[in-house]
Design a protein around this ligand. Structure first.
Ligand code: SF4
Length: 377
C-alpha cells in the first residue's frame, strides 16, 4: 500500500465543541475489542481508516495528541464523526482495514509503507513497446502486469537491465515515441537514427527507429514474460550458446562479457525460484481464535486469502469447509511469478503478518490435512 495523495478540500477545521462531542461518543460507546474505524469529514469524505486490537483505547489516543501538527490531531480536526466496527480478531481487523483503504483511499493513510519498502516488483508497462520496470508496488488504478515480490531492488534492477540487454527490450522513458518497422509512413516525420547508444551497440531492437516490427518486439517480450514466469530459460540458453560460440572462435573478451551476463541472469532465475518458494509457503489453512468465540478459518493460497468462514460447528459446516478447501487449493492453478495488481497489497500484508508473528504459523495446517470429520470435532 502506498501513500495516497489527494488534494485537501477547503473545509473549516472541526470546532472544539464537535471534537469534544466525538470524544464523548467514543467514551460512551466504544469498547476495547479488535476492530476497524473510519474518520469521516463533514462532507462525507473518509479521511482516515485505521484498525486496532483495542478500538476504544486507540480512538481515545487521537484526542490526547500533544501538538496540533501531530498526525492524530490533524485527522481529528479534519473529521466530523467517527464510525467503527468490531472484528473477530486483530488479523480480521488488518484484512478489513486493507479493504477499506482500497475502497476509500483516505488522504491520511500511509499504511504498510514500511512493508512495501522491503519488496520490489517487476512491472511490464502498457502501451507500444512495453518495458520492464522495477517498482515498489502497484501505481494507482494500474492494470499493468507485475511479477514478484523480490527482495533487494538494486540487485533486481541490475538483473532486469541484463535481461533487457539480452532480449533487446527498451529501457528509455515512457514518452519515447515508437516507430516500428511496419509503420513506414512514420519515417517521413521521424529520423531512422535514434541517437541512442543501446541501439547502436545492439542492446535494443530499436522500436523507436524501425529497428523491428511490432511482432518482433512482442516475441521478445513474450520470452521475457516466460522467463519471469519461470517457464522458459530461453534467454539463458541463448547466452550460453553465444558464449560457447564466442569461445570456440577464440573471441575471449566477448565470451567473458557473455559469461558475466549469463551469471546475472542465472542469479535472477535463482532469485525468482527463491521468491516463488517464499510465496508458496504462504499456502495453508489458518485458524484464528476470535473475540467471544467467533473463531474463523482463513484459506490462504500463495499469500492471498482465497476464502474464509467461521470454524464449523456442525458436520454439514465441516463438509462445506472441506469442499471450499478443495476448490481453493485445486491443483489446476498454474504456478506463475505473475501477481494480479489488486492482490499485491494483500500479499505484502500477509507476509508482514507472519513475519511479525511467526508463532501464528503454529495455527496453520496444510490444506490436505483437513478432513470433514476432523474439522467438525
Ligand atoms: S533504441 Fe530507442 S527504444 Fe531502444 S532504448 Fe534507445 S531510445 Fe529506447
Amino acid at each position: 500500500m502506498r501513500a495516497v495523495s489527494k488534494v485537501a478540500p477547503m473545509r473549516p477545521p472541526t470546532s472544539d465543541e464537535q471534537i469534544a462531542a466525538m470524544r464523548a461518543h467514543v467514551r460512551e460507546n466504544a469498547t476495547d475489542r479488535p476492530g476497524v474505524y473510519r474518520m469521516i469529514a463533514s462532507d462525507g469524505e473518509v479521511v482516515y481508516v485505521g484498525k486496532s486490537k483495542r478500538v476504544r483505547t486507540r480512538l481515545l489516543s487521537y484526542f490526547r495528541c500533544a501538538f496540533p501538527e501531530d498526525k492524530g490531531a490533524r485527522i481529528v480536526r479534519d473529521a466530523e464523526r467517527i464510525e467503527w466496527e468490531y472484528t473477530p480478531s486483530e488479523f480480521a481487523a488488518l484484512l478489513e482495514e486493507l479493504r477499506l483503504i482500497k475502497r476509500f483511499r483516505p488522504r491520511f493513510n500511509v499504511a504498510m509503507k514500511r512493508d512495501a519498502r522491503n519488496y520490489c516488483f517487476i512491472k511490464i508497462t502498457k502501451g507500444a513497446a512495453p518495458k520492464l520496470v522495477v517498482v515498489r508496488g502497484p501505481g494507482q488504478d494500474d492494470s499493468s502486469i507485475y511479477y514478484g515480490p523480490f527482495m533487494g531492488a538494486m540487485g533486481v534492477s541490475e538483473a532486469v537491465r541484463e535481461l533487457n540487454d539480452v532480449l533487446g527490450l527498451r529501457d528509455c522513458s515512457a514518452d519515447q515515441r515508437m516507430n516500428f518497422a511496419d509503420q513506414p509512413e512514420l519515417f517521413e516525420f521521424f529520423p531512422r537514427t535514434p541517437g541512442c547508444i543501446r541501439f547502436e551497440v545492439k542492446k535494443c531492437l530499436g522500436p523507436c527507429v524501425g529497428g523491428c516490427t511490432v511482432q518482433q518486439y512482442d516475441e521478445r517480450l513474450t520470452l521475457a514474460r516466460a522467463f519471469l514466469d519461470g517457464t522458459d530459460d530461453g534467454p539463458i540458453e541463448q547466452l550460453r550458446s553465444e558464449m560457447e560460440a564466442a569461445s570456440e572462435r577464440l573471441e575471449y573478451e566477448r565470451a567473458a562479457t557473455l559469461r558475466d551476463k549469463f551469471k546475472r541472469l542465472e542469479a535472477l532465475r535463482g532469485q525468482f525460484a527463491r521468491l516463488r518458494f517464499a510465496v508458496e509457503t504462504l499456502s495453508f489453512v489458518y485458524t484464528v481464535p476470535g473475540d467471544e468465540g467467533a473463531d474463523r478459518i482463513y484459506l490462504i493460497r500463495r499469500g492471498r486469502v482465497r476464502g474464509e468462514l467461521p470454524v464449523p460447528q456442525t458436520p454439514s459446516d465441516a463438509t462445506a469447509l472441506f469442499h471450499l478447501i478443495e476448490d481453493v487449493f485445486s491443483p489446476n492453478e498454474p504456478l506463475s511469478g505473475q501477481i494480479p495488481t489488486h492482490e499485491i497489497d494483500e500479499l505484502l500484508l500477509l507476509s508482514s503478518w507472519f513475519r511479525r508473528f511467526p508463532s501464528e504459523l503454529e495455527r496453520t495446517s496444510a490444506a490436505g490435512t483437513v478432513v470433514p470429520l476432523a474439522a467438525a470435532s
